[in-house]
Design a protein around this ligand. Structure first.
Ligand SMILES: NC(=O)C1=CN([C@@H]2O[C@H](COP(=O)(O)OP(=O)(O)OC[C@H]3O[C@@H](n4cnc5c(N)ncnc54)[C@H](OP(=O)(O)O)[C@@H]3O)[C@@H](O)[C@H]2O)C=CC1
Ligand SMILES: CC[C@](O)(C(C)=O)C(=O)O
Ligand SMILES: [Mg+2]
Ligand SMILES: [Mg+2]
Length: 330
């Protein structure tokens, strides 16, 4: 394992460099503000008719069209949704990329799957915060950072790693530590994590627990507290102290019940499903399915999104979060 901290980054790694952050969404907004607040020369490239354009200006950052930002930059850090990066890169970025420039990402998807293929005299790097944009910004404002990953796919100029680390440091990540990886490893593990555990797995687990209790006649609000609300509090314990720290903090009853019953819920069958999901990531099946989905303008995704919003747990949850002051009225 190779971990980089603040002290491993050359102090002048980004000296004289202009960084164009392309996209001002979850990661783009957080990362560009952090880097600018750290003293880096950051410009933001977004489309003129989109909602980000005004937001960049309201935040006091320099806004440009994607083409102008790409033209001006030494480092082009692409933080657009993965599914549109290929088109925007080909049409609005690639024509302006010069020899010795750096193309940077926070997820290896488009490079690993061969959708973006910069010229041979261009660096290809990644630094990826291991968490959502809101946390990237919040922890930076608190004087720390979240951990991240760094990878160099191509070092054309001899200083590609330091450029990536310079940006990671400016975002606050090297305060917590940045682990070296490859585009392949980051892409495959990130997709696996979000599909099977972090996003896909946990929502299905929570909803299965919630509906089991409701169908058995318990109040939905009680079911929500037990199967959803407390998840964060228990995961916070695991986040801070590991499984052992969590088991130590909960009652002996919970520890005994959890250790004997957990395995009967997440059985070998669940692990077999995880293996299938991993295989589909590795052999390109998922990439093809996602591309086909995007070719229909996300028709299935829109339907699934709408169905999620209609779930009882979402309706009960919103009411309860507002009643408890955990969520503000819209
Ligand atoms: N979300 C996260 O927390 C994490 C994301 N990542 C990676 O970071 C990258 C960015 O993800 P994320 O921040 O979620 O992206 P977002 O979906 O939040 O990006 C939104 C931004 O993209 C712009 N955009 C959307 N469509 C277009 C288009 N057709 N043409 C031009 N601009 C467009 C939007 O502009 P407008 O306002 O004009 O629509 C907006 O500025 C991805 O590679 C992702 O995998 C990595 C770690 C965590
Ligand atoms: C877990 C989802 C994620 O991979 C992330 C926040 O790291 C993403 O793609 O948004
Ligand atoms: Mg991730
Ligand atoms: Mg991801």
């Amino acid at each position: 394992m190779k971990m980089y901290y603040d002290a491993d980054v050359n102090t002048d790694a980004l000296k004289g460099k202009t960084i164009a952050v392309i996209g001002y969404g979850s990661q783009g907004r957080a990362q560009s503000r952090n880097m600018a607040d750290s003293g880096a020369n950051v410009i933001v490239g977004v489309r003129k008719n989109g909602s980000s354009w005004n937001l960049v200006q309201e935040d006091g950052m320099t806004v440009k069209t994607i083409e102008d930002a790409a033209k001006e930059a030494d480092i082009i850090h692409i933080l657009l949704p993965d599914e549109i990066q290929e088109k925007v890169y080909k049409e609005q970025i690639a024509p302006y990329v010069e020899s010795g420039n750096t193309i940077s990402f926070s997820h290896g998807y488009n490079i690993h799957f061969g959708l973006i293929d910069p010229a041979a005299d261009v660096n290809i790097v990644m630094f990826a915060p291991k968490g959502p944009g809101s946390m990237v910004r919040r922890t930076y404002e608190e004087g720390f950072g979240i951990p991240g990953l760094v990878a160099v796919e191509r070092d054309a100029t001899g200083d590609a790693l330091q450029l990536a680390l310079g940006m990671a440091k400016a975002c606050g990540l090297t305060k917590a530590g940045v682990l070296e990886t490859t585009f392949k490893e980051e892409t495959e593990t990130d997709l696996f994590g979000e599909q099977t555990v972090l996003c896909g797995g946990i929502t299905e687990l929570i909803n299965a627990g919630f509906t089991t209790l409701v169908e058995a006649g318990y109040q939905p609000e009680i079911a929500y507290f037990e199967t959803c609300h407390e998840v964060k509090l228990i995961v916070d314990l695991i986040y801070e102290k590991g499984f052992a720290g969590m088991w130590n903090d909960v009652s002996n009853t919970a520890e005994y019940g959890g250790l004997t019953r957990g395995k009967t819920i997440i059985t070998d069958e669940a692990k077999e499903g995880m293996k299938v999901a991993l295989k589909q990531i590795q052999d390109g099946t998922f990439k093809k399915q996602f591309a086909d989905e995007n070719a229909t303008d996300g028709a299935n995704l829109k339907e699934m999104r709408a169905a999620e919003g209609q779930k009882e747990i979402e309706i009960v949850g919103e009411r309860l979060r507002k009643a408890c002051g955990l969520q503000k009225d819209d």
